[in-house]
Design a protein around this ligand. Structure first.
Ligand code: BGC
Length: 444
């Protein structure tokens, strides 16, 4: 298998995110994000880590973008930090932040790399969290202001825009389970955050369409094939509900189908009793592409004690399945299956894989990192992708996660996903065997 098997115009990219890579969290006028605050207060990030130092991309972006080029990718996906541009969330603009992303974009273009810019990769300004964050409708007006600012500032140079990174990820982990920033918990904050994120996603698309000529607009969804643990009816019910939450909750309203699962008592009850789901006319938007982000499938069994879904994950390890350092099951067939599940929606024009990758316990030995398991992971997953593509599914590109080991949210710096090893003490970058594997794979 070679990159050329995917066709000449297939896009090959690599992704990073502002809060995970930039560092410089309180430099040059940047305001605090919910992750800066969560790191200070929550005690929920491993070893008390936070977005500082990250990979110091703020100062080393030129070196890192040159690395993307060296590895052979043609596209670079990065995100804009909202509190770096608007320290208070709205209002005062931070010129140093504006200039930083001009430099990053120019550097991509000088290197012949196509920038794909994500507008929201989880770093909400803390000032907005103080008003309720994604659980308050005021976030939508603020988000629209931020999107307009980005479109007007960078729209001449950037044509590829991604509105949200994994809305299910940040609403479930941050507003229901409280294990990610901002650490809110409960069903009410979750469903209200879901609804506001769903509106933001479509509004963001409309704004970019209106402000940027020839824009190519998408948004991304996390997705996981869901299996019932046994054939029992209850386990099937658990899997059905989990599939609604994990895979259908955001894409269906976007496609004009409304929220899924209104036959599911909890959804219906929530919608009526909280009368939260207003402005439903804003949920649909005609995106140019949908980005899928897949890491693992999920096997679930019924558990009456779990709120909302009544489903409980049966971990890969306990089922003796191969898994990564995150405990996530390695299952390329499920990657193929979930791509097919999304491709089956008639309203989806084309798909990109905007993230896929794996964490392993990388060891630096004699100045090298020989991460054979990660190479195997990519071989398997790209094989599954090629199969889907050869069957005629409209898949236009693939972006690996991630360029270099970075701040892995609640896992801190312990979990490494990069093709490049980061020494967080010296900020030295060392290309892993998987990086060289990609270089070879992409050689035309
Ligand atoms: C997120 C990334 C994250 C990766 C691995 C994705 O859900 O978009 O920011 O690092 O998963 O956990």
């Amino acid at each position: 298998m070679k990159a050329a098997d995917f066709g000449d115009d297939f896009v090959w990219g690599i992704a990073i995110a502002a809060a995970q890579n930039e560092g410089a969290a309180d430099l040059d006028g940047k305001g605090p994000s919910i992750w800066d605050a969560f790191a200070r207060r929550s005690g929920k990030i491993k070893r008390g880590a936070g977005p500082n130092p990250g990979c110091d991309f703020y100062h080393r972006y030129a070196e890192d973008i040159a690395l993307v080029k060296t590895l052979g990718f043609d596209t670079f996906r990065f995100s804009i930090s909202w509190p770096r541009l608007l320290p208070e969330g709205t209002g005062k603009i931070n010129e140093a932040g504006i200039n930083f992303y001009h430099r990053v974009i120019d550097c991509c273009l000088e290197n012949g790399l196509v920038p794909y810019v994500t507008l929201y990769h989880w770093d909400l300004p803390e000032a907005l969290e103080n008003e309720g964050g994604w659980a308050a409708y005021s976030v939508n007006g603020a988000f629209n202001t931020f999107v307009s600012l980005c479109a007007q500032t960078y729209g001449d140079k950037v044509k590829n825009w991604i509105i949200l990174n994994e809305p299910f990820g940040f609403t479930s982990l941050g507003y229901m389970l409280g294990i990610h920033a901002p650490g809110q918990t409960g069903v009410t904050s979750f469903f209200t955050a879901v609804h506001h994120a769903a509106i933001a996603q479509a509004d963001g698309g409309r704004i970019i369409r209106a402000e940027v000529q020839n824009a190519h607009i998408g948004t991304t969804f996390s997705c996981s094939q869901v299996f019932p643990h046994t054939d029992a009816d209850n386990d099937h019910l658990a899997a059905y509900r989990m599939d609604i939450l994990l895979n259908r909750m955001f894409v269906e309203p976007l496609l004009g189908m409304g929220y899924p699962g209104m036959d599911w008592e909890v959804m219906e009850k929530f919608a009526i009793s909280h009368s939260t789901w207003r402005h439903t006319e804003k949920l649909a938007f005609d995106f140019d592409f949908i980005g899928l982000q897949n890491y693992f499938p999920l096997t679930v069994k019924y558990n009456a004690f779990v709120p909302v879904v009544q489903a409980w994950e049966v971990k890969a390890k306990s089922r003796l399945k191969p898994h990564t350092a995150m405990g996530w099951e390695v299952n390329p067939d499920s990657f193929y299956a979930i791509i097919k599940q999304f491709a089956a929606y008639p309203g989806i024009p084309k798909l990109y894989i905007t993230e896929n990758g794996a964490a392993y316990a990388d060891k630096l030995k004699d100045g090298k990192v020989d991460d054979q398991e990660r190479i195997r992971y990519f071989e398997l997953y790209l094989g599954a992708l090629l199969k889907a593509k050869q069957e005629g599914l409209n898949i236009a590109g693939y972006m690996a996660w991630t360029l270099m080991d970075n701040f892995e949210w609640a896992e801190g710096y312990q979990t490494r996903f990069g093709l490049v090893y980061t020494d967080f003490k010296t900020q030295q970058r060392i290309i892993k065997s998987s990086g060289y594997w990609w270089q070879d794979f992409l050689r035309k």
